[in-house]
Ligand binder design. Structure first.
Ligand code: SPM
Length: 288
């Protein structure tokens, strides 16, 4: 087997200063792709037990084993909370998995996606076709640009904005800061909803608290969803939600059978349940 800096004795180790004292390891059969883009190191692996895996700078973005959890929840919570989402923007999300989920909604008329790294799109379409297929929908318009700059040029345009970012250092850092959220708010139509990658209630308390503070200040309604993703550090990740009108707590529309049958994690019940947080996390967010 080919090797790289993240592999030792046939195992990939995810080591990062953002979660000190902890490393997740997956057994690898083969390195399928390894390359450096203008922005980051991109690798795709064939794992032994968890399907293919995409990493950016050595951090797991998706595995075929559990990617559906994050993609479904980050997409369908805001899309079903909105009564009629037609105009959608995705920031990041270059692997295409979020687009795949949005495409299930017939009411959606247009999906703009702004991804900074065209290599992530190319590599995903080639090596992760079950995610990359998201780009095949005719409603999708791909913009290879800096997401922060793109957002600040959009006004009163979108019903739902989804931010599928990497973590809060490197290229993604600015996407966790207040000016970006002010841009998201201005880009929304009056009843719009945002959903952003919200890190982990266990590992990133300061980041979660800060996102809660920002969204409470800027939006009419705010919520935080916590979900289980075994191949993210600590096994969990969150979704930060802000709304200029619609209730976030439950779906505003019935979930069509046609969509529900295609899903594995999202349902009306898990939408509501994921917003009920462990006491320490609820308290931390309530205090903001
Ligand atoms: N479309 C999937 C892209 C994944 N984007 C989020 C990746 C986050 C990776 N780090 C997780 C750390 C959790 N605290």
């Amino acid at each position: 087997m080919e090797s790289n800096q993240y592999i030792n004795d046939g195992w990939f180790f995810e080591v990062n200063e953002l979660w000190p004292g902890m490393k997740l390891a997956l057994e690898i059969e083969k390195v399928l792709y390894s390359g450096r883009s203008k922005f980051q190191q991109i690798d795709v692996y064939q794992t032994r037990d968890h399907g293919r895996m995409l990493t950016l700078d050595g951090i797991i973005q998706v595995t075929e084993f559990d990617e559906f959890v994050y993609q479904e929840m980050l997409s369908h919570i805001p899309l079903f909370a909105h009564p009629n989402p037609e105009q959608i923007l995705v920031i990041g999300g270059g692997d295409g998995g979020i687009l795949r989920e949005i495409s299930r909604h017939d009411c959606v008329k247009n999906i703009d996606i702004c991804e900074i790294d065209k290599e992530v799109v190319r590599v995903s379409r080639e090596f992760l076709p079950e995610l990359g297929c998201g780009f095949d929908d005719k409603r999708v318009n791909l913009h290879i640009r800096d997401g922060n700059a793109f957002v600040h040029k959009q006004k009163n345009k979108y019903d739902v904005i989804i931010v599928d970012s990497s973590d809060f250092t490197g290229p993604g850092e600015v996407l966790f800061q207040k000016p970006f959220y002010q841009g998201l708010k201005a880009a929304l139509k009056p009843n719009g909803i945002i959903a952003t990658q919200g890190e982990s209630i266990f590992l990133h308390k300061d980041v979660v608290a800060s996102l809660a503070h920002i969204t409470k200040e800027l939006f009419v309604k705010q919520a935080y969803s916590s979900i289980m993703v075994p191949t993210y550090p600590g096994g969990s990740i969150g979704i930060c939600l802000g709304s200029l009108g619609p209730d976030l707590k439950r779906p505003a529309r019935e979930i069509p059978d046609k969509i529900q049958k295609q899903l594995r994690y999202y349902s009306a019940e898990i939408h509501e349940a994921s917003l009920v947080l462990p006491y320490f996390a609820k308290k931390m967010i309530d205090e903001q």
